[in-house]
Ligand binder design. Structure first.
Ligand code: ZN
Ligand code: ZN
Length: 357
């Protein structure tokens, strides 16, 4: 198993007094072992680890992981029960945010007397701080966003549909080496901009509208996530005004980033500013989220967070204002927290940009 990542798990075995820990979540399995397949479960003890997978992935697991024992199963839960039974495990932890109630009940029935320890917050921080190697992949993914956006920008004109823009971005990202879309791209124009998650439709762009594009890709398993809002020709004063407010909220939040600050205080920088301009009710979502092997992961950048920002965390800053019947603006960058503040991974310029039509 990957060495310093394993030490986090070994500490968890001690603090939670566990004989064994089961990891069902694929991103955590990938993080701990390097396995990129889509079925398997990792059983970790203080002395050794066992990776169980089905026959489709046996050769891949042997190639990708350095786990001591790799076993093939026909029935995952039965194989796990057998492993736990043979080792006489008494207290066993598992990733409670991943395992379904029915899966857990089936496993508990097969294993008999085990003191189960559901783990949630204890495991959440595992992937929070990124290594130099992870940053390389995150930067590459962000760089593909930059290049793909530059390739697609000339196509953004009145008459083009939102879906065409989403498709062209997808082609460009994949041609440049992106593995998969990070999520369903949001391409929302005109009044549809008021939908924070308005996925691309057949709607055509019109002069005078704002257009919000939220997109990302994946490189070596790591994601990019970035949002730009553009003006299609000249837009009215009110739209320009909300753009300027969101941009200032975004820039002030970035400027406030410091290691060891309370995450809720970072959310407050953007939120308080938008509130002070009278649009507090139109900014309904959190300021951002962690980005890594999952596009949305720990830490949530939210007013409810009780965590601190740490150097090496990769997070988004994405304030927005959404006004039904009028439109919306969101501006998003993905950044890494550094000693002195932050370094932006996403590079598309975010200042007001009016497309010449
Ligand atoms: Zn996004
Ligand atoms: Zn995001």
């Amino acid at each position: 198993m990957i060495e310093q990542r394993n030490s986090f798990i070994q500490d968890l075995l001690i603090t939670e007094k566990l004989d064994a820990l089961l990891i069902f979540g694929l991103p955590n399995i990938r993080y701990l072992t390097g396995f990129t397949g889509t079925d398997g479960v990792l059983l970790i003890r203080s002395s050794e680890s066992v990776f169980l997978t089905d026959s489709r992935y046996l050769a891949q697991a042997q190639k990708q992981t350095s786990v001591e024992h790799i076993h093939c199963y026909k029935n995952k839960l039965q194989a796990l029960a057998d492993e736990l039974g043979e080792a006489g495990s008494h207290r066993v932890g598992f990733d409670a945010d991943i395992v379904s109630v029915s899966q857990f009940e089936a496993l508990a029935k097969l294993t008999g007397h085990i003191d189960w320890c559901p783990l949630s917050a204890q495991l959440q921080t595992l992937r929070g701080v990124k290594s130099a190697e992870e940053l390389v992949a995150l930067k590459s993914a962000a760089n593909l966003n930059y290049q793909a956006f530059a390739a697609v920008l000339p196509l953004i004109q009145p008459g083009v549909t939102e879906r065409e823009i989403a498709l062209e971005l997808e082609f460009a990202l994949k041609r440049l080496g992106g593995e998969a879309n990070a999520f369903d791209f949001i391409v929302a124009s005109g009044t549809r901009g008021a939908l924070p998650h308005g996925v691309a439709t057949e709607k055509k762009l019109f002069a005078g509208e704002l257009l919000t594009i939220d997109f990302g890709t994946r490189v070596d398993g790591y994601h990019s996530d970035e949002t730009v809002t553009l003006a299609i020709g000249k837009v009215d004063r009110k739209l320009r005004q909300i753009f300027d407010i969101v941009l200032e909220a975004h820039d002030s939040a970035l400027a406030a980033i410091q290691p060891d600050m309370a995450i809720c205080d970072l959310d407050a920088v953007a939120r308080d500013f938008i509130n002070s301009k009278g649009y507090g009710d139109d900014f309904g979502h959190s300021l951002g989220h962690g980005v890594g092997l999952e596009v949305h992961e720990y830490p949530a950048i939210s007013s409810r967070s009780e965590q601190k920002l740490l150097e090496g965390m990769v997070i988004t800053v994405e304030p927005g204002i959404y006004i039904p019947g009028l439109g919306g603006v969101r501006i998003e960058d993905t950044v890494v927290v550094t000693t002195g503040g932050f370094e932006a991974l996403t590079k598309i310029p975010k200042q007001f940009k009016q497309i010449n039509i």
